[in-house]
Design a protein around this ligand. Structure first.
Ligand code: NAD
Ligand code: MG
Length: 374
């Protein structure tokens, strides 16, 4: 059988591979067997993904002589609650794991973040493997080693940097993903082009529809380029100590405000908020005279043409939502990216020319928001 595309994430002492391609779920046993400390794994999945792919993944491990157990959590963000995390830890311990047990996360970003954090603290740390099943998880959350859970103080405030031993991104599992989830992940794909890779953004403009429609080669290429971008940035700034990793937050300061205002729920998915946020970041850059207006227009046009909501009026599917610029700015200040109340933005001098700034003139910001709302 042909080898999957492989990307090496280079972290001193903890380097690992991301394999990308069709059918990898059925090869998980064979591909991960050499990395397992012992031939036993516990698969963690959610109750939407497990019925779709759990049996195939388990069969693949069985074929490689690996014993499997499975723990299933409810689908959705609430499985990242503290209480749910406690239940998961006990369910894992019920299965009598030892230090050589490997956890395998089968699911989207929720399952990946949760399982990664569980692996970091179960018996003071066991290995884990990611089998991401959403586009967002394949291009973003499974790369970079951030794991964690939510508390009433906010999302992802308890967690660890903990790298997996292997990531297996099977491109065909995206066929069952709802279109809206696929699009939300696509916003993060386009983001990598906008950060520092204008050729990749141009590729997205030409091939984005193919990625969304399920073209295998286009999907593999988009995921590969995204992982390469994120891996490069993470390898250079693993713990976000310089502004480099912060570039990954393009669109996220605006996006965070939109998510906060819509209650962090189904009204606006994170990736949708990031898409709208990136369009706003480019508009603000153009308004401040930093970026050609034509580039801002290209961003808005591409994201809108694939079906992402890029106009505030259309967010949440009803035209009656009223937005308030002052409230949005308040949300931006409450964002964990705001240091000491100072707003942090990723702006751009053009497509693929993003940079981090902490001194955005509030009048320009206010003007942009007022226009976006009108
Ligand atoms: P998710 O895990 O909730 O998955 C979205 C929905 O799709 C769920 O209902 C899930 O059951 C379903 N699903 C998953 N795969 C499917 C498939 N192949 N077919 C059909 N349905 C499928 O959401 P997500 O967008 O993947 O991840 C969001 C989470 O990721 C958030 O908790 C966020 O904080 C986290 N995240 C983490 C990082 C990081 O660096 N660790 C980065 C970005 C996001
Ligand atoms: Mg994001």
């Amino acid at each position: 059988m042909s080898s999957p595309r492989t990307i090496r994430v280079d972290l001193a002492g903890r380097a690992y591979d991301i394999a990308i391609g069709p059918g990898l779920i059925d090869r998980a046993g064979e591909l991960s067997r050499p990395l397992l400390a012992a031939p036993r794994v516990t698969i963690v999945s959610d109750d939407t993904v497990e019925p779709l792919y759990g049996a195939r993944l388990a069969a693949s491990f069985a074929k490689a002589g690996v014993k499997t157990e499975t723990v299933t959590v409810p689908a959705g963000e609430s499985s990242k609650d503290f209480a749910s995390f406690g239940r998961l830890m006990n369910e894992l311990l019920d299965r009598r794991p030892d230090r050589k047990t490997t956890l395998v996360a089968l699911g989207g970003g929720v399952v990946g973040d949760l399982t990664g954090f569980a692996a970091a603290v179960l018996l003071r740390g066991v290995d884990f493997i990611q089998v991401p099943t959403t586009l967002l998880a394949q291009v973003d959350s499974s790369v970079g080693g951030k794991t964690g859970i939510n508390t009433r103080h906010g999302k992802n405030l308890v967690g660890a940097f903990y790298q997996p031993r292997l990531v297996l991104a099977d491109t065909t599992v995206l066929d069952t993903l709802p279109r809206r989830e696929l699009l939300a992940g696509y916003a993060e794909v386009a983001k990598y082009g906008l950060i520092d890779d204008p050729d990749f953004f141009a590729w997205c403009e030409a091939n984005g529809e193919k990625v969304l429609a399920g073209d295998a080669a286009a999907r593999t290429y988009a995921i590969e380029q995204s992982c390469l971008s994120k891996a490069r940035i993470v390898a250079a700034d693993e713990r976000e100590t310089t502004d480099l990793r912060a570039l990954l937050n393009l669109g996220h300061t605006f996006g965070h405000a939109l998510e906060a205002e819509t209650g962090f729920g189904a009204t606006l998915l994170h990736g949708e908020a990031v898409g709208a946020g990136m369009a706003m970041a480019f508009d603000l850059s153009a308004r401040l005279g930093l970026c050609p207006a034509a580039d801002a227009e290209r961003v808005r046009h591409h994201l809108g043409s694939v079906g992402l909501p890029v106009r505030l009026r259309t967010i949440g599917g009803d035209n009656s939502r009223t937005w308030d610029a002052a409230r949005l700015i308040e949300h931006m200040r409450g964002d964990k990216k705001a240091e000491g109340g100072k707003l942090t933005f990723v702006l751009a001098r053009g497509i693929g020319k993003s940079f981090v700034t902490r001194d955005v003139d509030e009048t320009g910001l206010r003007g942009l928001l007022d226009d976006a709302i009108a």
